[in-house]
Design a binder for this molecule. Structure first.
Ligand code: EPU
Length: 337
C-alpha cells in the first residue's frame, strides 16, 4: 500500500476540478481498507472514500486521507432457474459491470448503462435511470465499519433506499466503507421500456423485439445525445434532484404554467428540475470556464480549468432563481466537499 502526499485529484473527479488531497492511497483489498483507516486515525485526519468521483464537487483542498477503492472482481455466488446472484468488487467500473451482465445474459442492469462511477458508489445514492434504480437488482452489500473495522452485511431493507438516497448518505453517513455489492439479476428479462425516449429510440433503431443488449444500446444512444461525456467536458451528471411537491401546490403552479411537465407519485407530484431551470433562463449559459449544459440544464459543466467553488456559487444562483419564480427549493444531488 503506497500512501502518497499532496496529490492532485483532477483526474479522480469527473468535474475535472484541480484540488489536492493531503494523503492519497489506492486500496485493493479489505485488509488494505483497514490499514488505510488505521493510518488516518494515527495521523488524526478525516477519511474520504472515493469511487469514480462522479458525484462530487471539490470546492477546496482536502485535509484528509482520500482512499480510492480499487477492489475488483465479478463472481457468481449462486444461481437458480430465475436468478443469478453476482458479487462485485466496489472498485469495478459501473458500466463495465453492466456490459458483463449483457454478455452473460443477466437481465436487470441494462437501463443503467453508461452511468459514470463505480459499483461501490452505486448503492450510496441508489443510482437510477430510465425507470430502473439499483434497488431493483440489489441483494446485499458488505461494508467495513470505520471505528471498529468490523465487516457488516446490509440487506436491501437495511440500506434504506429512496430516490437518490440511502442510509449511507443519512443516518450512517461517514460510518462505513462499502467493499462488495451482491446483485440479483434475472435470467428471464422483464423489459422496462415505458420511459419516454427508450421506446422511440428502439423504433428508430428498427428494433421490434427488444433484448437486453438493444435496450442498453438505446440507453447509451439517449445518454450520449443528451449528456456531456465527462472525459470531454467535466460534469457530474444531474446536479440537482427532481423535486416532489404537494398536490395542491402543484395545482396552483399548473394554473399559472399549464404546460408544466409532471409525474405523480405517492408523495406528491415530481417536476423535472431541468424544466424549472430552463424556464428561469439558465439553460446553455456559459460563464468563462463553467456553465449550464445546452442540452440538459440539470447538468453543470466545467469546460476546463473551472473552479469548484464557482460552480457551487452558480448552483446557488440557479437555486435562487427557481425559488423566486416557482417557490421550489432545488436540492443538490452532487455532494459538496
Ligand atoms: N426537460 C426540460 N428541458 C430540458 C431537458 C429536460 O424541460 O432541457 C424536462 C422534460 O420535461 C423532460 C424531463 O425534463 O421530459 C425529464 O428529462 P430527462 O428524461 O432527461 O430526465 P431528468 O429527470 O432530467 C433523470 C435523472 C438522470 C437520468 C434521467 C433518465 C435525476 C436527478 N436525474 O433526469 O440521472 O439519467 O432521469 O432516467 O433524477 C444523474 O442522476 O446523474 C442522471 C443523469
Amino acid at each position: 500500500m503506497n500512501i502518497q502526499e499532496n496529490i492532485s485529484l483532477k483526474s479522480f473527479n469527473t468535474f475535472g476540478i484541480d484540488k489536492k488531497a493531503k494523503f492519497f492511497v489506492e486500496v485493493v483489498s479489505e485488509n488494505e481498507v483497514r490499514e488505510a483507516i488505521t493510518f488516518a486515525n494515527k495521523k488524526n485526519v478525516p477519511l474520504f472514500i472515493l469511487g469514480g468521483g462522479s458525484n462530487i464537487l471539490l470546492t477546496k483542498d482536502l485535509e484528509a486521507l482520500v482512499i480510492k477503492i480499487e477492489i475488483i472482481g465479478i463472481k457468481v455466488l449462486e444461481e437458480n432457474e430465475d436468478q443469478v446472484f453476482v458479487e462485485v468488487g466496489a472498485g469495478e467500473n459501473w458500466h463495465s459491470f453492466v456490459i458483463q451482465c449483457i454478455k452473460n445474459d443477466w437481465a436487470g442492469a441494462e437501463n443503467l448503462s453508461l452511468i459514470p462511477g463505480t459499483v461501490g458508489a452505486s448503492p450510496m445514492q441508489n443510482i437510477g435511470a430510465y425507470g430502473v434504480e439499483i434497488k431493483d437488482i440489489f441483494k446485499s452489500l458488505q461494508a467495513i465499519h470505520r471505528d471498529t473495522l468490523q465487516m457488516k452485511v446490509f440487506n436491501a431493507e437495511e440500506c434504506g433506499f429512496g430516490y437518490r438516497e440511502s442510509v449511507f448518505k443519512n443516518e450512517l453517513k461517514d460510518q462505513y466503507v462499502i467493499t462488495k455489492v451482491v446483485f440479483a439479476l434475472k435470467k428471464k428479462p422483464e423489459f422496462q421500456i415505458e420511459y419516454g425516449a427508450i421506446k422511440t429510440t428502439l423504433e428508430e433503431m428498427g428494433i421490434k423485439t427488444p433484448s437486453i443488449a438493444s435496450i442498453s444500446q438505446a440507453v447509451i444512444h439517449i445518454r450520449q445525445s443528451k449528456l456531456p461525456d465527462p472525459k470531454v467536458i467535466g460534469n457530474a451528471g444531474s446536479f440537482f434532484k427532481n423535486p416532489t411537491v404537494p398536490f395542491d401546490f402543484f395545482q396552483k403552479l399548473k394554473n399559472t404554467y399549464p404546460e408544466i411537465p409532471s409525474f405523480s407519485n405517492e408523495q406528491g407530484v415530481k417536476i423535472p428540475a431541468a424544466w424549472l431551470i430552463e424556464q428561469t433562463g439558465w439553460k446553455g449559459k456559459t460563464f468563462d470556464k463553467i456553465g449550464v449544459h445546452k442540452n440538459q440544464p440539470l447538468v453543470l459543466v466545467n469546460y476546463g480549468g473551472g473552479d469548484g467553488y464557482e460552480i457551487q456559487v452558480l448552483s446557488e444562483k440557479i437555486q435562487q432563481s427557481v425559488l423566486q419564480k416557482f417557490g421550489i427549493l432545488l436540492h443538490p444531488e452532487v455532494n459538496f466537499l
